[in-house]
Each structure stands twice: as C-alpha cells, then as structure tokens.
Design a protein around this ligand. Structure first.
Ligand SMILES: [Zn+2]
Ligand SMILES: [Zn+2]
Length: 127
C-alpha cells in the first residue's frame, strides 16, 4: 500500500461522516499539500477494489466512503443525511433464502430522521 492509500484508509476508518472523495481530498491536503484529487480517486478505487474501504452509492449524491466493519445505514428522505445503524446480521438468513453463500449485503433503510420529524411537527402546529 502506498503512503497515500494508507492515510486515506486511516481517514475513512476514523470518521463516522461517510466522507466524499472531495472531503477526503481536503483532509489529505493538510498532510500532503502536493496531492491532487485524481490521486485520491485512484487510491479510493484501489481501496474499494481490494475491499479495504466500502463505497456507498447514493442516488443524486456523490459516492461516499465508509469503513468495512459490518453495519447498516439509514437515510433521511427529507435532508438526505446518512447515519450508521446496527441491525442484526442477516447474512445467514439471506444465504438460506438464496441457497448459497453471499459476499456481502448492503442494507439501506429510508426514513425521516428525528430532526426532520421535529421540524415537520413544528410546521404542522404553526399552520
Ligand atoms: Zn432529515
Ligand atoms: Zn456507515
């Protein structure tokens, strides 16, 4: 692994924010002022290909990068905020259903986050 790749993996592991490539780039720049965005993209692709980092695809939003420790996600339909959420491991149930082993699965739950729910309630009360 190159020093860039190692540092990028460290940034992703140390963050709960589901960073975009640009956000990772800005953090990398603090340590390596000479780094270019393309190099961050290349390293991220490599890290995802080797399974070191997880890529999250979100419709209408740039890819986010996440640690690979098994966890699930909830996404707010209103503000688009993505949060970690730990649900029981469904691997065995999915495998039984499919009759074979799976590599991974990605559970994404859409909901309305507590802040947006509160804001909506407030609006209702006002009208
Ligand atoms: Zn929200
Ligand atoms: Zn996550």
């Amino acid at each position: 692994m190159t020093k860039y790749a190692r540092k990028i993996a460290q940034i992703v592991d140390g963050s709960n924010d589901h960073l975009t490539a640009e956000q990772i780039f800005l953090r990398m720049k603090k340590e390596y002022p000479g780094i270019v965005l393309a190099s961050v993209y290349n390293n991220l692709n490599m890290l995802c290909d080797t399974g070191r980092v997880r890529r999250l695809l979100i419709e209408g939003s740039p890819d986010r990068f996440d640690k690979t420790l098994r966890h699930d996600h909830v996404v707010c339909n209103v503000c688009g905020k993505l949060s970690d959420f730990k649900f029981r491991d469904l691997t065995r149930e999915i495998e039984e259903e499919l009759g074979g082993s799976i590599e991974s699965y990605d559970l994404k739950i859409n909901y309305i986050c507590p802040e947006c729910r509160r804001a909506m309630k407030k609006n209702q009360n006002n009208s």
